[in-house]
Design a protein around this ligand. Structure first.
Ligand code: HEM
Length: 278
């Protein structure tokens, strides 16, 4: 509804984000803005300061100039928060479920981390780059469980579908079915199975897009990958992940989650490894 008929959602004031969450973010951001405007809080050159500078730059004589209100700043802060935390945490939640179901994959990751730590001495940028099997595990997780199962675009000029008599008029909302393509047998053999080794070869161009594509491609991709690899490199040498019940993927998603793909049941069992097992 939000994707195909945004005017309906706006007219009936249908909530996508729960009121409590909305009020929390708006209050935090507007209090910070007030405190920085009055000098109680010092400027930090962060995201809020940049948005406040844009607010000040607004040309009141230009009717087309977009108004940066506190609500716009709070909305953008929320998007950065959602993009920065929700996506990587839900990816790791699905990854842990798959590792619990596939101890052999887990062991290969642990062995790779041990080799890289022996070579580099600590977790460094170069060490993380050597974790190529971990890259494949993350890619496979994002294939089966892309946090954003679709991406949207609005058509801005008439576009004829190649080889067809169909013209898409401007204003049409286009939905790119990321999850559908990622699980399509036409592009990925045995598409429902979690097989990191499939990433030894690249998939056909244009079918794998967990971070989107084009000029609005995810700005946080590199950060997200480093963040997830750091977490796994720290955690896996110390803990063994096992399932709480005998389950195999693909793991069902929580249908109540409004924005990103989340596991319906993300519980796994973590056991500390003894130094000899590490
Ligand atoms: C596993 C992690 C992540 C995934 C799968 C992901 C995925 C995506 C996708 C699919 C989009 C839309 C791209 C498009 O429409 O073509 C997007 C946009 C965006 N992401 Fe991420 N993201 C992740 C992590 C992050 C992180 C860590 C940050 C920030 C630190 C971030 C910030 C953003 C922002 C600001 C946008 C909007 C870009 C724009 O509209 O120009 N994302 N992301």
């Amino acid at each position: 509804m939000r994707t195909f008929w945004p005017a309906f959602v706006l007219f009936f004031k249908i909530r996508i984000i729960p009121k409590k969450t909305h009020d929390f973010f708006f209050n935090v951001v507007s209090n910070v803005i007030k405190e920085r405007e009055s000098g109680i809080q010092e400027k930090r050159g962060d995201f809020i300061d940049m948005m406040m500078a844009l607010k000040d730059e607004r040309d009141d004589d230009d009717e087309d100039d977009f108004r940066i209100t506190d609500m716009v700043i709070a909305g953008n802060a929320f998007i950065i928060f959602l993009g920065g935390f929700e996506t990587t945490s839900s990816t790791l939640a699905f990854l842990f479920l798959e590792l619990a179901a596939q101890p052999d994959v887990q062991e290969q990751m642990r062995a790779e981390i041990a080799r890289a730590l022996a070579k580099h001495g600590a977790i460094t940028s170069d060490m993380l780059q050597d974790l190529t099997y971990m890259d494949m595990v993350i890619q496979e997780t994002l294939r089966l469980y892309p946090p954003f199962p679709t991406i949207q675009r609005v058509c801005t000029r008439p576009y004829q579908l190649p080889g067809r008599d169909v013209i898409i008029p401007p204003g049409t909302i286009i939905l790119f079915p990321t999850l559908g393509l990622h699980r399509d047998e036409q592009y990925f053999e045995n598409a429902s199975s979690f097989t990191p080794d499939r990433w030894r070869r690249s998939p056909p161009p244009g079918v794998y897009a967990p971070f989107g594509d084009g000029p609005r491609y995810c700005i946080g991709k590199r950060f997200a990958l480093i963040q997830m690899k750091c977490c796994l490199a720290k955690l896996l040498p110390r803990v063994f992940i096992s399932p709480v019940t005998d389950r195999r993927g693909p793991f069902p998603v929580d249908l109540k989650s409004p924005m990103t793909l989340h596991p319906a049941d993300s519980r796994v069992c973590l056991s500390l490894l003894t130094p000899t097992q590490c």
